[in-house]
Design a protein around this ligand. Structure first.
Ligand SMILES: [Zn+2]
Length: 244
């Protein structure tokens, strides 16, 4: 028979295990956790904002986005998927020629927490090689798909001279919710960043990780709305390399 004492100990052990698992899950998937290693989020100037776009290039959205950004004279950061870059090299060159920062978002967009170290290395290395071949410029920043990482993923990124970048404002623009709802969701992060005296690292998507051609017209529209607002508020638009 199990004594009350033992039962209590077992219960405490179970609670401790659950708490540890919760902490590790948070460290692996929370955009802002630094437990598994340092990631870049934003600088300490609340008047700075970086627009960042994941999952492109995508000819259904990236050209329209470039047009909006050019109209506002704003530079953005594009975390590109290597396999789409190889299919649309001219679009990658167009983004680069317009002065935007191009960065690594892996070759095929897997969950890096689920892959053996060797495959993590290949995902990051081959994406870098594709982007560097196309643009002729070194790639220095990476955003892990879904922000998911573990200590080995961060180590491999460091070995490849890549700075991992997360975010602090998310628009949920992969959902069909329209530009106003995307902006409303971003506002939560923007207000929180301001309260913490941080710049805003804004996560949006010009592509879709499964295929080319996804409709991101709401993302393009919200970009226009945000840039009008940031001009009114005298927010300084930066690319993530301004922060480290
Ligand atoms: Zn992604």
């Amino acid at each position: 028979m199990i004594s009350t004492h033992t039962t209590t100990e077992l219960l405490l052990a179970a609670v401790a295990t659950a708490a540890t698992a919760a902490t590790l899950t948070h460290a692996a998937y929370s955009p802002e956790s630094q437990l598994f290693g340092r990631t870049l989020i934003a600088g300490n100037n609340p008047n700075e904002a970086a627009l960042t776009y994941d999952d492109g290039p995508n000819d259904a959205a990236t050209p329209a986005l470039l047009e909006v950004l050019a109209r506002h004279n704003a530079r953005a950061t594009f975390f590109m998927i290597g396999r789409f870059a190889l299919e649309r090299p001219n679009l990658v060159r167009e983004v680069h020629a317009a002065g935007h920062l191009i960065a690594n978002h892996t070759m095929t967009h897997p969950w890096l927490t689920m892959l053996p170290a060797k495959q993590v290395h290949e995902e990051l290395r081959t994406c870098n090689a594709a982007l560097e071949d196309i643009t002729g410029a070194p790639i220095r920043y990476v955003r892990f798909p879904h922000g998911a990482r573990r200590p080995a993923v961060l180590r491999i990124a460091r070995e490849l001279n890549l700075t991992p970048v997360q975010w602090n404002a998310m628009g949920h623009d992969w959902q069909p919710i329209g530009p106003d709802a995307i902006e409303a969701r971003l506002n939560n992060g923007l207000q929180r960043a301001r309260r913490h005296n941080c710049g805003a690292n804004i996560l949006l998507h010009d592509g879709y990780d499964k295929h080319l051609g996804a409709d991101r017209s709401a993302t393009v529209a919200v970009t226009d709305q945000l840039l009008q607002r940031f001009t009114r508020e005298s927010t300084c638009m930066v690319t993530v390399d301004a922060w480290g």
